[in-house]
Design a protein around this ligand. Structure first.
Ligand code: ZN
Length: 439
């Protein structure tokens, strides 16, 4: 019984389904797609021509289109390139085109949802949780058209695959959607809304700012156990703006604040040696938070082999400027200490029972982890963290959950036993189980 727990709706669309959709669509914003491709790749692929040839019945067009659309290993290493290719989904989408009518949006969403359900059935996925980022409030007429359509499509009790939705909220202001979230969770299709997600740019949005919101979700869950919502949180996927220590801390903090599952959490388990000797810069505010963390966790950090000298930290805190940035130099010893910090954070996250979602292909191609030996999954498994494997955007990555599981088992030397363990962990890490909806 395969459970896919980390998916984004439009990222699930297979090339063949997208091509059929584009071929039937009157208005495609080619300029939008082509401009971004030119900026990210320096060239514009002939997608426009291939769609035209498909319209005229060219039998080779479908394979050629798939080759141009899929974000493959050769494309890897750059989020801008991923976004440029992803923009083809937006260019032909009624949902992303402000000029489209609501009927168009409903037709599109219903068709894609049906295609994705069929794809899950083909690939043996019996339960899937998909995230969707709409407007900040989730309350406009377009949001309503999408959500009404999608939830009705998901709310089919006897279907072969159980489809569930996690509403992606604004990192900046999750409260803006809170009334709508509760209305949806308690509404007629509330059984299909099982989680809340935080995705897209994480830089600039420290998990600690979500403490009040997470507390409100927990209160809601206590009051409505049969409609409780899991908190799913993308964190530690991109951390170029901060120290490695802060990146580890963010993941740990998201877990301690009450997230049920963490998306990617690369910072928590990536081998720090990957970064080599280098310097990083972070805002003074992050350094302050890091000092407070070190003081609060001094005992545990020390037990894990991290040097914590309270007097030195207090003196540093007193000498920090009010704002600006601090620069930190990493040598072999400091990288080694980051590894011990990761060990400590992993032990705390394990104790809290928080699940880590691992999406190998996504990490390889967007996260830039090219050497399989550096992938955090090895440390996660060694630390006995509950790990679930998923595919993030299987359509544009041209992957399946089976491929992702194969990759982990092959590179972690796990074989059939590990595969069974991962499949079983995913099944019991479904949102509706973690929140106790199905006690
Ligand atoms: Zn994701």
């Amino acid at each position: 019984m395969l459970a896919e727990l980390h998916l984004h709706l439009y990222g699930c669309i297979r090339p063949a389904d997208l091509l059929r959709h584009l071929a039937a669509r009157k208005r495609i914003r080619w300029d939008f797609y082509e401009e971004h491709m030119r900026a990210a790749y320096g060239v514009v692929p002939p997608v426009r021509e291939v769609v035209e040839r498909y319209r005229k019945g060219d039998p080779d067009a479908e394979a050629e289109f798939a080759g141009l659309f899929v974000f493959g290993d050769d494309d890897a290493g750059d989020f801008d390139r991923f976004q440029a290719k992803f923009n083809l989904l937006g260019a032909g989408s009624a949902l992303f085109d402000k000029r489209s009518g609501l009927a168009d949006i409903r037709t599109e969403v219903a068709r894609f949802a049906a295609g994705i359900r069929a794809d899950h059935a083909r690939n043996g996925v019996r339960y899937a949780e998909t995230r969707l980022l709409l407007s900040r409030t989730l309350a406009g007429p377009r949001d309503r058209a999408v959500l009404d359509t999608l939830l009705a499509a998901y709310d089919v009790p006897q279907a072969g695959t159980t489809e569930r939705l996690a509403l992606s909220l604004s990192r900046k202001d999750p409260w803006a959607a809170w009334d709508r979230v509760r209305e949806l969770a308690l509404g007629p299709h509330g059984a299909t809304v099982t989680g809340l997600d935080f995705c897209f740019f994480e830089e600039g949005f420290p998990p600690k700012d979500k403490a009040g919101f997470f507390a409100a979700v927990k209160e809601f869950n206590a009051a409505h156990p049969d409609r409780a919502l899991a908190i799913l949180y993308h964190v530690g996927e991109s951390f170029r703006d901060k120290s490695l220590e802060s990146a580890v801390r963010w993941v740990h903090e998201a877990a301690e604040l009450g997230a049920h599952r963490l998306g990617h959490a690369i910072a928590l388990g990536i081998d720090p040696d990957v970064f080599g000797t280098h310097t990083r810069t972070e805002p003074v505010a992050e350094r302050r938070d890091q000092i407070a963390y070190d003081l609060a966790h001094a005992g545990g950090l020390r037990a894990a082999g991290v040097t914590v000298d309270e007097a030195v930290l207090e003196a540093e805190r007193a000498s920090l400027p009010a704002d600006g940035t601090v620069t930190i130099a990493y040598d072999a010893a400091r990288l080694d200490e980051v590894r011990r910090r990761q060990d400590y954070a992993m032990s705390r996250i394990r104790a809290a029972g928080v699940v880590v979602e691992v999406c190998p292909t996504s990490n390889r191609r967007i996260g830039g982890i090219t050497d399989p030996a550096h992938h955090p999954v090895h440390r996660f498994l060694a630390a006995d963290l509950p790990v679930v494997v998923s595919s993030d955007d299987p359509g544009i990555f041209g992957t399946t959950l089976g491929d992702e599981l194969d990759w982990v088992c092959r590179h972690a030397d796990g074989g059939a036993e590990l595969r069974e363990h991962l499949v079983e962990t995913a099944w019991r890490s479904r949102s509706e189980v973690l929140t106790g909806r199905h006690a």
